[in-house]
Design a protein around this ligand. Structure first.
Ligand code: ZN
Length: 310
């Protein structure tokens, strides 16, 4: 049997897994991303893992899902703002030179989207938009089964489309970007602000904890949550009208065990979109959660090898 070693390289953790050519995950694990001397320590880490697995398994390739801006054709990291020393790393070349195995490298949000399309929430669908809600919003567009890359691998940045004119300042330098209203961080900040107005100091709270307060009908949590759903839906209405996708998948920690949240977005979205676009539920939660990137990395590598069995 052929096996693929997959890595999901993030700012905090490197997740890795062994998958067979049918996309069955044999095992998975994670380690802290090396912080010092990344240019040497990261390839060393990856090569060591692969070599250990080669003792017991027939490895036919390496699939990498990575944070940052990636040139997937060259397997190169174009830019990363959360891992010093990572920008410019020729990952595929370095690994190929040391292991003589085919390597694929793709951005983590794009990988996760393909993973969900292959083994997760939306199998069989070909027109999909994928979003992850977190500190910001990551997003990817798939049309006719293919990732939309744009002319310089920059397409699909839904998070930096403006939904409020002269709105909240964004890290990108503009004002009123979607992610300043619809990312998990916006929900958390709004809740803390609203509590402050009511004379209560909340130092830290997670999106999941706010969702719990919503189910307990906490009035401040409820009002902030309703605004959050509204903002998410305004952005998604633009997506629906622009691209007419079969599905929009929402990932990120906040969507785990949050069926009501996804349902509330679907309800609000249906109120917003033109009736002709209303073909049943459009928004789905991620099914693979944190593993989506590993499945997607495997899919991309198998596709590269023409070994995809679907
Ligand atoms: Zn922005």
């Amino acid at each position: 049997m052929d096996y693929i070693v997959c890595f999901d390289i993030g700012g905090t953790f490197i997740k890795f897994g062994l998958l067979d050519r049918n996309g069955k995950m044999i095992f998975k694990d994670k380690a802290m991303t090396p912080k010092s001397n990344l240019q040497k320590s990261l390839p060393e880490f990856l090569v060591k893992r692969v070599k250990l697995l080669q003792n017991d398994f027939q490895i036919v390739g390496i699939g990498i899902s990575s944070c940052g801006l990636i040139n997937h054709e060259r397997g190169e990291v174009l830019f990363s703002n959360n891992l010093p020393g990572y920008s410019g790393m020729k990952l595929a070349e370095i690994l190929f030179n040391q292991l003589q195995l085919p390597v694929s490298v793709e951005n983590d949000v794009k990988s996760a989207c393909l993973g969900e399309m292959w083994k997760g929430a939306i199998q069989g669908k070909r027109n999909v938009v994928f979003l992850t809600l977190g500190t910001g919003i990551g997003s990817t567009i798939v049309i006719d089964g293919k990732i939309v890359n744009g002319s310089h691998h920059l397409a699909g940045e839904l998070g930096h489309t403006v939904i409020v004119s002269e709105g909240r300042p964004c890290g990108c330098g503009r004002k009123g970007c979607y992610e300043r209203y619809a990312a998990t961080s916006a929900l958390v900040n709004d809740f803390i602000e609203e509590k402050k107005k009511h004379g209560e100091v909340v130092e830290r709270i997670s999106g999941e904890e706010i969702f719990k307060l919503v189910t307990e009908e906490d009035p401040i949590a409820l009002s902030v949550y309703k605004k959050f759903i509204r903002f998410i839906s305004i952005g998604l209405t633009n997506v629906v009208h622009l691209l007419n996708p079969e599905a929009i998948i929402i990932g990120g920690g906040i969507t785990e065990h949050a069926d009501q949240f996804i349902q509330d977005i679907n309800i609000e979205l249906k109120k917003e979109i033109m009736p002709i676009y209303n073909q049943g539920n459009i928004v789905y939660p991620s099914h693979l959660g944190n593993d989506a990137g590993l499945y997607g990395a495997c899919y991309i590598l198998l596709k590269k090898l023409n070994k995809l069995q679907v």
